[in-house]
Design a protein. Structure first.
Lengths: 133, 312, 252
């Protein structure tokens, strides 16, 4: 199992389980976690993050519903071939939810759509770049 | 399935003070519940009534379906109570307390108590009265956890503990929650950050009754702070905001903590001519202060030019 | 949502600890625990009384008259009763102690019985020894001196009365302190209750009124004495315990 560091901020703007989910997705997108990797056990992660184990359970369960991870009875949680079990449109639907907030902020800051798209492409490129580092 | 903790229409008066007036609290088994409220709001009284230490004037308090003031020792052994004001018998040592408490419950875990004493640096052969206040509290907590009870009632367990000890307590609670026995925990604390880590459900008690209750996840998702800048002092405060927990308008600026401010409403607000709207996250502490405190939200004003979610 | 066992580590085994604890939680172990604590707290007091008893009755024969034995017995009973009755409150740890598994009822009766034992043994055996002149006979085995003087003769019922009164005082003192641990003036309440509850048996036992009653053709016999004893002990115990259960027990 690759060394993973999760950081959650209980005071943060999202529930802890969502933060865990986001970080796992981030790790998958960035290549730190590859399909077949085992996620930390619930006990371990709860202990490291000092959070209620049910929060970790919820995060893992939600991720398994999404298809990002699979829970194997008696063995643990494993990363699936990322989102492959979800159709393209389903994946796009998930992304759209996050993009609404970005759109709102872009408008707030007076940034137009092409500039916002350019910034997004740059960020994705950076992410893909670090995954091979 | 029977609720782990059931308080129905609880009333209790001390002299002329009404500590509890119509408290209703139902906690399902296996839930970690955070109860917040000001000092004197009735949290401690509610817990004492649950344990059978104080009799209510009216109402019913059941733990795992039993009234603990009338239950058998075996039923009482399923519940562990650690409170802020509790003092341990001064002449007893930790080892003596271990043997003493072990007599009363088949579930008592002596090896776990020894483990906690070792981890937390509690000397086992010294009389309790010779230990520092913080160490006494830690010992009380260790005793509470070693009971391996199904229901844990914790009233300000971390009060008087230094930050390291507080973290040790959190670690122990996480460990207890991880052992798969689905303990129910009712945690009363002012340290709201602890609840943000541990609680599944939270409630706010004010003036002897529960004023706000819900799942922590829901609160964190649904409740946010919004700051609206009006172009004109005379412009009336908008009515578009959904359920408002607390709102204050000072001249051009309105700050409010709201429940259910989604993208649609936000767009509608921003569509209003001249209105500048900034939405930001709000911590559990802020929510509690908004619900309990005076109408002014006591937070540094969010700079108007900073976008809602600041990248760090 | 239950925690799926599949994704958690195997639980560290504390099976060994669990089997060792299987003897705990029974009524016997609860008794053991409660009595252990009382013995730690009041053991030295009881030891002191035992010492006085040995020295007073047997060695120096200072306790030779029912009145002196009564003083000894009453003091023992009152003191033990008050200490045991409000035992949890004495050290300021009542909130911790009350939250432990033993029920109110168990605490009340087990502790009460534990305190009754020294009272019964010391006054009972003391009264019996003096009534049947045992100390004098013991001394006469070794010497010829003044310690061999027999105890001045008393009616058996007088000794019995001392014994019974000690028990009654214990029962009342214990019950009053158990019911009203935080109010002041428990001693006053004990005395008043004593006077009310025991006035009749006292009058009957101590003698002068016995003659009066004999003139009225009332005979006092052992059976009635025992019944009176049982009533004077159990009635306050039960009545006060019921009262304690109904009264609001405010901690703060």
């Amino acid at each position: 199992m690759p060394p993973l560091t999760f950081i959650v901020d209980p005071k943060g703007n999202a529930p802890v389980y969502r933060q865990i989910m986001d970080q796992i997705r981030y790790a998958i997108a960035g290549g730190t976690l590859v399909p077949g990797d085992q996620l930390p056990s619930i006990r371990e992660l709860a202990r490291d993050l000092v959070v209620n184990p049910m929060t970790v359970v919820k995060a893992y369960t939600e991720l398994s519903h999404e298809g990002t991870v699979v829970l194997q009875h008696g063995r643990g949680a494993f990363v699936t071939a990322t989102g492959r079990t979800l159709s393209v449109s389903a994946r796009e639907q998930l992304l759209r939810k996050t993009l609404v907030q970005v759109a709102v902020e872009a408008v707030q800051l007076g940034i137009d759509a092409p500039t916002a798209a350019r910034l997004l492409s740059e960020e994705i490129r950076n992410l893909k770049g670090t995954s091979h580092g | 399935m029977v609720d782990a903790i059931e308080i129905t229409d609880m009333h209790r008066r001390f002299g002329r003070t009404e500590a509890l007036c119509g408290l209703n609290l139902h906690i399902p088994a296996g839930c970690v519940y955070g109860l917040m409220g000001r000092n004197g709001s009735g949290k401690s009284t509610a817990l004492r009534i649950l344990m059978g230490l104080v009799r209510p004037d009216r109402g019913r308090a059941l733990v795992l379906g039993h009234d603990l003031s009338n239950a058998t020792a075996g039923q009482r052994a399923q519940v562990s109570y650690v409170a802020q004001g509790q003092r341990l018998p001064g002449w007893m040592t930790a080892d003596q307390l271990d043997t003493y408490c072990a007599c009363f419950s088949a579930r008592w875990d002596q090896s776990y108590l020894r483990e906690l004493c070792r981890r937390w640096g509690i000397p086992r052969g010294l009389a309790v009265a010779t230990l520092s206040g913080g160490t006494q509290r830690k010992l009380a907590l260790a005793l509470g956890l070693a009971a391996r009870a199904q229901v844990l009632l914790l009233d300000e367990p971390a009060a008087g503990l230094d930050p390291v000890a507080r973290r040790e307590l959190l670690d122990a609670l996480v460990e207890v929650l991880s052992d798969g026995r689905s303990e129910t925990v009712l945690l009363c604390t002012h340290l709201v950050s602890d609840l943000e880590r541990l609680a599944e459900r939270v409630g706010v008690i004010d003036g002897g009754r529960l004023t706000l209750e819900g799942r922590l996840d829901d609160w964190q998702t649904r409740i946010s702070r919004v700051q609206i800048v009006y172009p004109d002092v005379a412009m009336p405060t908008t009515t578009l905001l959904p359920r408002v927990l607390r709102s204050q308008r000072e001249g051009l600026v309105q700050t409010a903590v709201v429940d259910g401010l989604d993208a649609t409403i936000l767009a509608a607000l921003r569509a209003q001519p001249g209105l500048r709207v900034v939405q930001s996250a709000v911590s559990l502490e802020d929510i509690v202060i908004a619900v309990l405190g005076p109408s002014a939200v006591p937070e540094a004003a969010i700079p108007l030019t900073t976008p809602a979610f600041v990248e760090t | 949502m239950t925690m799926p066992a599949s994704v958690s580590d195997p639980r560290p085994s504390s099976a060994a600890a669990r089997t060792a604890a299987s003897a705990n939680g029974t009524t016997r172990s609860i008794m053991r625990g409660l009595i252990w604590r009382e013995r730690q707290l009041h053991g030295s007091l009881v030891d002191a009384y035992v010492a006085i008893w040995v020295i007073g009755i047997w060695a120096l024969r200072l306790i030779d008259h029912p009145a002196v034995l009564a003083l000894f017995g009453f003091l023992l009973a009152a003191q033990l009763g008050s200490r045991l009755g409000s035992s949890e409150w004495k050290e300021g740890a009542e909130e911790f102690l009350f939250a432990l598994p033993p029920t109110r009822r168990q605490r009340f009766w087990i502790r009460g019985a534990a305190g009754l034992v020294p009272v019964v043994l010391l006054t009972g055996l003391g009264a019996a020894a003096l009534a049947w002149n045992r100390p004098a006979e013991l001394w006469s085995l070794f010497s010829d001196g003044p310690f061999c003087e027999p105890t001045p003769p008393q009616a058996v019922s007088t000794w019995l009365a001392v014994f019974a009164l000690s028990i009654a005082i214990y029962a009342i003192s214990y019950s009053v302190h158990a019911a009203l641990p935080r109010k002041g003036g428990q001693s006053a309440i004990v005395v008043v209750t004593m006077v009310l509850v025991l006035s009749l048996p006292v009058l009957v036992h101590i003698g002068t009124t016995g003659e009066l009653l004999a003139e009225m053709h009332l005979h006092v016999d052992i059976t009635r004495l025992l019944v009176a004893l049982i009533v004077t002990v159990l009635v306050p115990l039960i009545a006060v315990q019921r009262f304690a259960r109904r009264a609001p027990a405010a901690l703060s």
